[in-house]
Ligand binder design. Sequence first.
Ligand SMILES: NC(=O)c1ccc[n+]([C@@H]2O[C@H](COP(=O)([O-])OP(=O)(O)OC[C@H]3O[C@@H](n4cnc5c(N)ncnc54)[C@H](O)[C@@H]3O)[C@@H](O)[C@H]2O)c1
Length: 345
Amino acid sequence: MGKIIINTPGAHSEILIGENWQSVIRLLPENGVVIITDDNVRRLYGDRFPKVPLFAVPPGEGSKKLEVIERLAEKLLEAGIDRTGFVLAIGGGVVCDLAGFLASIYMRGIRCGYVSTSLLSQVDASTGGKNGVNLKGTKNMLGNIRQPEFVICDPSMLLSLSEEEYLSGLAELIKTAIIGDKDLFDLIERSHKEIMDRNCDLLTVLVTKSVTFKALVVSEDEKETGLRRILNFGHTYGHAVEMQKSVKHGFAVASGMELATDFSFEKGFISSGERDKIVNLLNRFGLLETHNIPDDQIDQLILHDKKKTGTDIHFVFTEGIGKAIVKTVSVGEVIGFYKRFRDKK
Ligand SMILES: NC(=O)c1ccc[n+]([C@@H]2O[C@H](COP(=O)([O-])OP(=O)(O)OC[C@H]3O[C@@H](n4cnc5c(N)ncnc54)[C@H](O)[C@@H]3O)[C@@H](O)[C@H]2O)c1
């Protein structure tokens, strides 16, 4: 079992990896706990949840909206939760984003902790304190940054994930390797079978490495004014693919990483050998989507990128496996590269 600590100016958060999720009980206060989960996770694990009031939302991105927060807040009030209350999220990224946001605004903020149940939330979503809901189809428009007191990542919970959800999380793990950890990249490259078999010992190592890196970045730049931007590697083009094709987030990010890698090669930041290594790894896990976004749509999709300031984008390039760099690039250049890449395929 590994423990990673995130210390930011306002908070101390512990991420426990490889811990049996049912030990969460020892981290909870005696009174005032409520569980937020979704219907899938409740069906699979609900009989072993701590016996406290429980509110389940429908699974998926559709629940990440303000009405759901309002409805949950009403339920908390009805359950008599006051300022001493504690919100325990048990679920994937959607549940953690919702519950974290709810806890941060209910009665101006109550305590919270997460049992993180999907690979995507274990390697990425539940570290760093970002939470929030979507607004009219634009992702994560309302939310804030607030660290949960703890996050438990139990790899045995990943055995019940669908293949698609599992691979979607794997893409974010590969992202971490490309931007910050060459050893992790090499380990993923030589462990294809064990990863596909969901070997729990290996998953503990992989999640630990990913969280260690993200925790370092977040501790240095909690509010994303500098270093934290590198975590957006693959996301500028990835969001465009996600909006156009409605594929799972990780698959869209994988295609975005292929584009960003090729863009890095065109700029002279990496060799063709490194580019091929990255693209081959993404391909080996079946993560790359075909996409052919028409001119008028790619213009609109890139113009809506949240990493844009005025006419420029903070674009994340790789400078070699394990190293990333953020450069200010004009929107026109980002769109132009997409079109060149698309047309040569
Ligand atoms: N806060 C952040 O920093 C951050 C970072 C990345 C992504 N996110 C957010 O995370 C969300 C995506 O996370 P996600 O992929 O976990 O989505 P999710 O929570 O919708 O989970 C995906 C699916 O897997 C199911 N599931 C979860 N755990 C399971 C388990 N152990 N066994 C079987 N099924 C299980 C869920 O019910 C759901 O159907 C997005 O909303 C994204 O914006 C947040």
